[in-house]
Design a protein around this ligand. Sequence first.
Ligand code: GLU
Length: 472
Amino acid sequence: MSTSSKINTIRTRFAPSPTGYLHLGGARTALYSWAFARHNKGQFILRIEDTDVERSTPAAVQAIMDGMHWLNLDYDEGPFFQMQRMDRYGAMIDKMLADGNAYLCYSTPDELNQMREQQRLKGERIRYDGTWRPEAGKTLPAIPDGIKPVVRFKNPASGAVVWDDLVKGPISINNEELDDLIIARQDGTPTYNFCVVVDDWEMQITHVIRGDDHINNTPRQINILRALGGDQPVYGHIPMILGPDGEKLSKRHGAVSVVQYHEEGFLPEAMINYLARLGWSHGDDELFSRDQLVEWFDSSNMSKSAAQFDPEKLKWVNAHYMKQADKGMLLADLTERMAKAGYSTEGGPALADVLDVVLERASTLVELRDEANLFYKEVSAPAEELQAMLDDTVIAALKDFSSRLDSIELNVEAVGALVKDVLKAHNLKMPKLAMPVRLLLTGIKQTPSIDKVIVLLGKAKVQQRISAGLGV
Ligand code: GLU
């Protein structure tokens, strides 16, 4: 039974394990939990699940925080660290034992292996056989010497666990399919599923939104929660993200850490928009602001099927946000990226003017940087490509254009008029002249409008690049 209706304040959480960077899947889970809390004017909590001491690192904690910070996913409480809550878990395990909802199990690893082997041979489901499970009228084996027990949860033997998943719809799991989970190891440390339950309960989480790789844990967690007397939160399990090839998204598909997307020139607004849309929809809307997302993100419209990551679409979204972005911010970013890459702007046009021109075409801040650099670095037109565009008429037109540049005032209109004159005089069509000009001036074929490029470069550089390219 869901009791969410009793609770006024919606409380969600993001509960990453700090064993690596914040990848796209994690960031999306965080985003959905955040957006749902914000939509409902509720609270969003960050909890670091660091009980796997072998694999958890402070660097990974930092990477998660950096990722959240970059995406501007602010949290109202936390970060809570599970390793700092061991006393709470210990107290709850004692309570479970005292209430008869958990029991000590002295089965040795050897015995468990044998038991599993038997089950395998008989074609039965592999599960703990309940040797140490107390039942009315049952006599338990004598406690062996020198064996430290684990604590097992006494899972209900019958009935079913039912929940109405926000994403997947109604789910029902028979208790017969669940065995008695270990909740504390021999050394007394609590296990993963137990900590999650205690935390979700004590942190008063009303909605658990997480990846569907956790869906098998949910019925176990619900049973433990019920045994503790907690209210069942609402669960929503979002399907995983697949790579463009339909395989599970991984390093093979390029950047997987959200912060790496920052390095590759994506804006956080674009990332938020793209990730939001990757597994959730609001009609046909593809581009929407953070505020719109918050306004629209109720629990409906999360997709049941796995989403496919599309790097081209991400770029398209990013290009949109770049065009909308504040010029001052873009210029500061561009200046920093140029400097970091060792690209000097000395002796070239003002970077702000270059920015205006290259912004039209770039879809990442890195592309912006590299296109901007065409106005400063030494360029050389790829010889073969250039040769294929040149014939006597084109060469004559290029020389003519170059020398007549001296006679005009340098602005976009005048350059445009001169290009037209030269085309007419040599009886050429626009691409015949424009393509080699692009190549000569920038070394690449696709550039912003050629008039603007010429104005920015200035007469001397244009003439010098044309004559160097033509070898005259
Ligand atoms: N710590 C788990 C993970 O990083 C998430 C657990 C949860 O959301 O319940 O996969």
